[in-house]
Design a protein around this ligand. Structure first.
Ligand code: HEM
Length: 351
């Protein structure tokens, strides 16, 4: 069989092919990095915009940086199977781990300075399928889409006088979140907060029926209302100390409430609450059994990416989960590469 020619013409052809591949790869990198379209919102831009004026704190999450780990179980009561075939909804005890946190890029922020509290959660079903979610205590998100969130993050660095007033005027959807953020009735414990998905997801049940759903973990603990001034008097890291002591004394519980959209409810905009009276299903109870430090704790190396979903739950037309997934991956890559500063127990940090 004749071999392909290896003369000068074929060498040129090979070089041209290699050059074309390199150009294509460079173009792909440039596109991904946003160099070809400087106005495009990229994960890097979002993560950079989260940084406080003094710069990001190495080794820590680029947002919700202050937090503490826990382990426990999700006790499913079987009711959720009406909406989703995810095995996590089948009656039984499914291992859970997570992280209570504050919505700040500063791991040293005082508790009383941060209104938004969060819960990162991972539930693993018997078939090994993992469901990750990161939720906050606010009833709605401040803005309608990731571009508006980027604009909001850039307000503090703006040189415009009254930049925040200008932002609010241009984004009327901010008002419900703004009213909630200003309300002085905070709670005195991570255990007393509700944690809301805000983003809508599509649930598919065993018959193939599909519904848009938002979920909330509602606390079974009675809320002790407190003003931020009184919370400040209890200490800058009171919440972590309080939840550690509370869980050591008794496991803490939240009911998982699934809320089903009706036709026309906004699924692509977490700044808009769904009307009262929507069908809800109580699908089970999250039981937090053990608090562990973040340093070397089970939640430290987890990225609570809201697109990590089991079969039976998938993303909807809500643009946030995809944007969040990309930004969380960027943050995860940065913090896990900053080994020197990565939260470690002091004995290991000295090695
Ligand atoms: C485009 C919008 C958003 C951006 C850019 C963003 C960005 C981030 C980043 C970079 C992290 C740190 C991730 C890591 O290093 O593991 C984070 C954590 C978190 N975010 Fe978001 N976020 C967005 C929207 C939301 C929304 C809508 C919610 C709640 C409904 C939320 C709740 C949380 C929570 C609870 C955590 C902490 C999770 C943990 O403990 O690891 N975020 N966010």
């Amino acid at each position: 069989m004749p071999l392909p020619s290896s003369g000068p013409r074929s060498t040129l052809t090979s070089l041209a092919v290699i050059a074309a591949i390199c150009a294509g790869a460079t173009g792909a990198f440039a596109y991904t990095a946003g160099w070809l379209s400087p106005d495009r919102l990229t994960p890097t831009k979002l993560v950079d915009a989260l940084a406080p004026p003094t710069g990001p704190v190495p080794g820590y999450r680029r947002n919700h940086a202050k937090g503490i780990c826990f382990t426990g179980v999700f006790e499913a009561n079987g009711n959720g199977t009406a909406l989703s075939r995810a095995r996590a909804f089948e009656t039984g005890r499914h291992p859970a781990l997570g992280r209570f946190n504050l919505g700040t890029p500063n791991p040293g922020a005082a508790d009383a300075t941060v209104r938004v509290r969060g819960l990162g959660l991972q539930i693993t079903a018997e078939d090994g399928a993992v469901w990750r979610t990161a939720m906050i205590n606010a009833p709605v998100f401040p803005v309608s889409n990731p571009e508006a969130f980027y604009a909001l993050l850039r307000v503090p660095a703006s040189k415009e006088p009254n930049a925040m007033a200008g932002f609010v005027a241009a984004h009327p959807e901010f008002a419900p979140f703004g009213a909630w953020a200003k309300s002085p009735d905070w709670t005195a414990s991570y255990a007393q907060e509700p944690y809301n998905s805000l983003n809508a997801f599509l649930f598919t049940n065993a018959s193939g029926a599909e519904q848009a759903v938002r979920w909330s973990f509602r606390p079974q603990a009675q809320a002790e209302r407190i003003t931020p001034e009184d919370l400040a008097k209890r200490g800058a890291a009171y919440l972590e100390q309080e939840i550690t002591e509370r869980v050591a004394a008794a496991p803490q519980r939240w009911s998982l409430i699934l809320t089903v959209a009706e036709p026309g409810d906004p699924t692509a905009d977490p700044s808009r609450a769904w009307p009262e009276g929507r069908r809800t299903i109580e699908a089970g109870t999250l039981v937090v059994e053990r608090i562990e430090p973040e340093a070397d704790g089970p939640c430290r190396d987890i990225n609570f990416d809201p697109t990590i979903l089991p079969d039976g739950i998938r993303v909807s037309d809500d643009p946030f989960p995809a944007a969040r997934s990309a930004a969380y991956a960027k943050s995860y890559d940065l913090r896990t590469a900053e080994a020197k500063d990565y939260p470690k127990r002091s004995s290991e940090a000295q090695r």
